[in-house]
Design a protein around this ligand. Structure first.
Ligand code: SF4
Ligand code: SF4
Ligand code: FES
Length: 286
């Protein structure tokens, strides 16, 4: 049974999107309207379970009368506004963002990054081999998840998920300034010496694969990770009475990672260490 939360009806806001009239519930973002109209706007720092951070600016659109481009993921739709999503200026801005990100970080595991780089004709290689990169080894300091900050675009989603928006553990935060800015535990301690409770909610929101299950990291290293060969089965966690939904990702009859549906009214995509990582007993065939 799907639970539909009851909410008061919302007024509709009408505005013009790419020369077409659209109506969206009051409080919707331009991105909500674009998705409703079937428009494909690239996003990285936007997350459907988090408050927009406006960190990446890859989703920018042109709002008539505005001096600057607007991030579609956070700009609310207003009655009477005129929005264009595919202007030369918006496309150029997305291209520059993709070039800067792809020249400084490893986007090889970012879903759709290669597709967007091609679509916007971004040329990250034009900054040459000297482009500033993180160039650090993945941090493998525990058996549950890996932090590979070569792939981090500093979108802060993990910090928000670990902090006040979901977990309230505050195990990770933004450290440093300028080029030295990075996501770090307190005093850069190993995860095992930090406040981390291994809920994995930071992995769930990371858009680039900088944070990943150790199983996924190991399988990618071995060349055996194959999402096309994986099945997903949603079930109910049996560890306690909360009844979180678990989606088991299975490859070759082995659970390789566990997520939770973002629209589940209990979890909103979040889990605890038991639901997220405590699945080994299921496949213990001794
Ligand atoms: S696993 Fe949970 S507690 Fe640990 S850093 Fe990630 S969000 Fe924070
Ligand atoms: S680790 Fe992932 S979620 Fe955290 S800031 Fe980097 S890219 Fe964003
Ligand atoms: S997705 Fe909108 S600013 Fe990053």
């Amino acid at each position: 049974m799907t639970v539909v939360p009851l909410q008061p009806p919302r007024r509709l806001v009408e505005f013009t999107l790419d020369e077409q009239p659209v109506r969206v519930p009051e409080g919707s973002t331009i991105l909500d309207a674009c998705r409703g109209a079937g428009k494909d706007i690239p996003t990285l720092c936007e997350g459907d379970t988090l408050t927009p951070k406006n960190a990446c600016r890859v989703c920018v659109v042109e709002v008539e009368g505005a001096r600057t481009l607007a991030p579609a993921c956070s700009r609310r739709a207003e009655a009477g506004m005129t929005v264009r999503t595919d202007t030369e200026r918006a496309r150029h801005s997305r291209k520059i963002v993709l070039e800067l990100l792809a020249s400084s970080t490893d986007l090889s595991t970012t879903p759709r990054a290669a597709e967007w780089i091609k679509e916007y004709e971004a040329k990250p290689a034009r900054f040459g081999a000297d482009a500033a990169r993180v160039n650090e080894e993945p941090k493998v300091d525990n058996e549950l998840y890996v932090r590979d900050y070569d792939k981090c675009i500093l979108c802060y989603k993990c910090v928000d998920a670990c902090g006040e928006q979901w977990q309230n553990t505050f195990a990770i935060a933004v450290a440093g300034r300028g080029f030295d800015t990075r996501i770090s535990t307190e005093h850069d301690a190993p995860l095992t010496d930090s406040a981390c409770v291994y809920c994995g909610n930071c992995i769930e929101v990371c858009p680039t694969g900088a944070l990943s299950f150790k199983t996924e990291f190991d399988m990618r290293e071995a060349g055996t990770w194959d999402e096309a060969a994986q099945t997903e089965t949603t079930t109910v966690c049996a560890y306690c009475g909360v009844g979180c939904n678990l989606t088991l990702h299975v490859q070759e009859n082995e659970i390789v990672k566990v997520t939770s549906p973002h629209d589940n009214p209990v979890t909103h995509g979040n889990l605890c260490i038991k639901g997220r990582f405590g699945y080994q007993h299921v496949q213990n065939r001794m």
